[in-house]
Design a protein around this ligand. Sequence first.
Ligand SMILES: Cc1cc2nc3c(=O)[nH]c(=O)nc-3n(C[C@H](O)[C@H](O)[C@H](O)COP(=O)(O)OP(=O)(O)OC[C@H]3O[C@@H](n4cnc5c(N)ncnc54)[C@H](O)[C@@H]3O)c2cc1C
Length: 286
Amino acid sequence: MNDLPADIGPMTQALIKESRRVTPPGSEEVRHIRLQMLDPAFQFVEGQSIGVLVPGPHPFGNPYHLRRYSIANARSIPLGNGVDIDLLVRRCFYIDEVSGERFPGIASNYLCDAKPGDQLTITGPYLSPFKMPLDNRANLLMIGTGTGIAPFRAFAQLIYERRGDWNGQVRLFYGGRSGLDLMYANDESSDLANYYDEKTFKAFRALGTRPLMSSSQALERGITEHADEAIALIKDPNTYVFLSGLEKIASVFDKIMAERIGGCEAWTQLKQRLIDEGRWSELIYS
Ligand SMILES: Cc1cc2nc3c(=O)[nH]c(=O)nc-3n(C[C@H](O)[C@H](O)[C@H](O)COP(=O)(O)OP(=O)(O)OC[C@H]3O[C@@H](n4cnc5c(N)ncnc54)[C@H](O)[C@@H]3O)c2cc1C
């Protein structure tokens, strides 16, 4: 690992404490993985991500392979029992356009294959585009697909479990092809649903209605159905908007808002105001 670039940031070791599949067999595999950070000084804030460094050599000749994963839990209080980090990892496969061959994504398969007791090299934590407002009267509008739910789970734990004093309205729009796709809110794992009872928390689970509908299309349907609620919140100067997950969701959201708010120009202006006021953030990956 001597060829690592200098800007990789601090490196630390972690043990796999738990690895549990949160999607049923027969569907795409997504795992909830709990890491025990071995450095007692390791700290993070909700919304940050870490890097997982996979030892080489790798097929393309690169000496290391580093991929980022969002932290899916809030900091534990009190400190003193060490730091655990939850990750939500989709096992990825890719098709080589030339040969048509299917090959496994390196870091996601490395993580999904890791067993309790295995030791990993972690980098970060990295600064997040997501900043949780400190004011407990702030409204949060969270929009996501797939493993994009990870930082939102950390936020929900932070405001309802660690702080417990949240008065702002919290709305989650979560899209999946079917209920099985909704991590932490399906039959395999439902801890996000625990917060549905909170008086300020409302979640809109947007599911596909046709077999080939993508999670972004499902999300589009869900947001369209509840667009008035989303717009009322967006127009409130106390609202913070967070987008997390697949590339498509940003364009889906822009399209619906432009249609409902009075055209592209009106939406671009409103969105720019949110960005300028630090009330809009995105964490998008392919
Ligand atoms: C901030 C952030 C947070 C994220 N959070 C999560 C999360 O919470 N959960 C989650 O599941 N994912 C998350 N991701 C995505 C994750 O980082 C990985 O991109 C994903 O797991 C696939 O990585 P992999 O190593 O398995 O696949 P890879 O092996 O990296 O393959 C991915 C693509 O890269 C190409 N490729 C790989 N290596 C090379 C190379 N050397 N040369 C040319 N092409 C190459 C492959 O063809 C393929 O198209 C996040 C990404 C970011 C940026």
